[in-house]
Design a protein around this ligand. Structure first.
Ligand SMILES: Cc1cc2nc3c(=O)[nH]c(=O)nc-3n(C[C@H](O)[C@H](O)[C@H](O)COP(=O)(O)OP(=O)(O)OC[C@H]3O[C@@H](n4cnc5c(N)ncnc54)[C@H](O)[C@@H]3O)c2cc1C
Length: 404
C-alpha cells in the first residue's frame, strides 16, 4: 500500500466528516433503505450545520455544491488543494457513511454543481441557498445528452419550456431543478442550455418516483415541463449560441462532478473493505502484507488485490480533483477516475459480499446494501462505456463525431 499523507489542513476536517457520516448517515442507512421514498428528516439538522460551517469558512459543504473553479487561485505558480479537493474528501467520508443519504442532502444537489460550474456571479448570489436537482436525461436521451428534445422557446423576456425528464435525483425533494433544453434543435449541441426552474413555477410537476435496486433513500423522479415559463435571467451562463464552443459550457459541469462521483465509489468501496477485513479477522483469516500472496489464503490474497485496485481508483480520483483546483484541464482524468472507481467500486463491493459468505448476503450487515448502492456510481454522470469513450477520444485526438 502507498500511504499518501493527508495535507495537514484537511486532517481535522476529514475526522469531523467521518464522525458526521457515522452518526447521521451510517446510523440511518438501513432505516431509509427499507423505507424507500420516506423523507430522511435527520438530514435537515445536518444540512443546517453544514450551511453554517460553509458560511463561516470552516468547511466546504458536503460536496456537490462546492465545485466552482477558483478563478482567484494562486498566480505565483504554487500548486494547491482547494475547493474541489475538500469537496472530494468530504464526499468520500460521507459515502463511507451512506451514498443514498449523501445524495439526499438538502442544498447539495447535482443541480447545485451545475450552478457552481456555469452560473454568472450574479446568478450564484441569486440562487444561494436553493436545493437544485439536475434534469438532463429523457426517455430517448441518456448517454447521448446532445439528443435531448426538451425545448426552450423565447417569448418576450421569458423562455417557455416543454418536455419530460426522467431519473432526476432529488427531483421531488429539491426546491428547484436545473433543466437542460435546446433553444434550436437544428443548431445541435451548441443550442443546449440549462435553466434554473423553481418548483413553484406553474407548468413544472413531479409525475412519479422510481423504485430502485440501490440508493433507495434517494428519491428519483420523472418531471414534466408543460408550457413552463421562466424568466430569461434563469438561463444559466451565456444565452449566446456559439457553434465553436459546442457543448463545452454544459460539459464543464461534468469535469467538476465526475471526480466527486468517483469519490462516492471510493468511499462506498472503502466501507465494504473495512467491514470485510473485520469479518475476516473475526473468522481467523489474517492478511500478511509481507508474505507472498500465493502462500496466503484465497480470501487474504483477494482482499489485498482489491485494496490495490481501490488505491489506484483513489489516486486517479485525487488527481482529477487536484487538476481542477489548479485550473488545469481535467476532462480526461475525470473520466479515467470515474471509469476506474465506478468499475472497481462495483467489483469490490460485490466481492466483499462473496468473501463474507452468508453474512455478506444477509441484511444483518450492510455489505449487500453497499453492493446495490455502488452499481449506480458506474452508471450516472456517464456510464463506464461512455467514460472509456471519452478517454479514447482524448488519447487519440478524435472528436465525438469521429469516434462514437
Ligand atoms: C438512480 C438514477 C439516478 C439518476 N440521476 C440522474 C439525474 O439526477 N439527472 C439526470 O439527468 N440523469 C440521471 N440519471 C440518468 C443517468 O445519467 C442515465 O441513466 C445514464 O446517463 C445512462 O443513460 P441511459 O439510461 O439512457 O442508457 P443508454 O444511454 O441507453 O445506454 C445503455 C447502455 O448502452 C451503453 N452505451 C450507450 N452509448 C454507447 C456508446 N456510444 N458506446 C458504447 N456503449 C454505449 C451504455 O454505457 C449503457 O450500458 C439517473 C439514473 C439513475 C438510474
Amino acid at each position: 500500500m502507498i500511504n499518501l499523507e493527508t495535507p495537514k489542513k484537511f486532517r481535522a476536517f476529514i475526522g469531523r466528516a467521518n464522525q458526521v457520516a457515522d452518526h447521521f448517515l451510517r446510523a440511518n442507512a438501513r432505516k431509509y433503505d427499507l423505507a424507500e421514498h420516506a423523507y430522511p428528516k435527520e438530514l435537515d439538522m445536518l444540512a443546517t450545520l453544514i450551511d453554517g460551517m460553509s458560511d463561516s469558512g470552516q468547511g466546504q459543504g458536503a460536496g456537490a455544491a462546492g465545485v466552482r473553479r477558483d478563478e482567484n487561485g494562486d498566480d505565483d505558480g504554487k500548486v494547491k488543494n482547494g475547493t474541489n479537493m475538500s469537496s472530494l474528501l468530504s464526499i468520500i467520508e460521507m459515502c463511507w457513511g451512506d451514498v443514498g443519504l449523501l445524495l439526499s442532502m438538502p442544498r447539495q444537489g447535482l443541480g447545485n454543481s451545475a450552478i457552481a460550474s456555469v452560473a454568472t456571479d450574479e446568478q450564484l448570489e441569486r440562487y444561494k441557498g436553493t436545493w437544485a436537482s439536475m434534469a438532463i436525461t429523457e426517455s430517448g436521451c441518456g448517454s447521448d445528452s446532445a439528443a435531448l428534445t426538451t425545448t426552450a422557446v423565447k417569448d418576450g423576456d421569458h423562455y417557455v419550456l416543454n418536455g419530460e425528464k426522467i431519473f432526476v435525483t432529488s427531483g421531488e425533494r429539491s426546491d428547484s431543478v436545473v433543466v437542460w433544453a435546446t433553444l434550436d434543435k437544428s443548431l445541435g449541441r451548441a443550442a443546449i442550455k440549462s435553466f434554473l426552474v423553481s418548483k413553484d413555477t406553474p407548468g413544472i410537476r413531479v409525475e412519479r418516483l422510481e423504485h430502485k435496486l440501490g440508493i433507495r433513500s434517494s428519491d428519483t423522479a420523472t418531471i414534466i415541463l408543460d408550457n413552463c415559463r421562466v424568466h430569461e435571467e434563469n438561463l444559466l451562463g451565456n444565452a449566446e449560441i456559439d457553434p465553436k464552443q459546442g457543448f463545452a459550457g454544459a460539459m464543464a459541469t461534468f469535469d467538476n462532478t465526475r471526480p466527486l462521483v468517483a469519490g462516492m465509489a471510493v468511499g462506498c468501496a472503502r466501507a465494504s473493505l473495512e467491514l470485510t477485513r473485520e469479518l475476516l479477522n473475526e473468522a481467523g483469516v489474517g492478511i500478511d502484507y509481507d508474505k507472498p500472496l500465493q502462500t496466503q489464503s484465497y480470501a487474504a490474497a483477494t482482499f489485498v488485490a482489491m485494496e490495490a485496485d481501490w488505491e489506484a481508483a483513489l489516486l486517479l480520483t485525487l488527481e482529477s480533483a487536484w487538476l481542477a483546483d489548479n485550473r488545469r484541464p481535467n476532462s480526461m482524468e475525470a473520466s479515467m477516475a470515474k471509469a476506474k472507481a465506478g468499475r472497481v467500486g462495483n467489483e469490490i463491493t460485490l466481492r466483499c459480499v462473496e468473501l463474507a459468505g452468508s453474512l455478506g448476503y444477509s441484511e444483518n450487515e450492510l455489505l449487500e446494501k453497499w453492493s446495490r448502492d455502488s452499481k449506480i456510481l458506474d452508471i450516472f454522470e456517464g456510464t463506464q462505456q461512455i467514460q472509456q469513450l471519452i478517454v479514447a477520444r482524448r488519447l487519440l485526438g478524435l472528436t465525438s463525431s469521429e469516434l462514437k
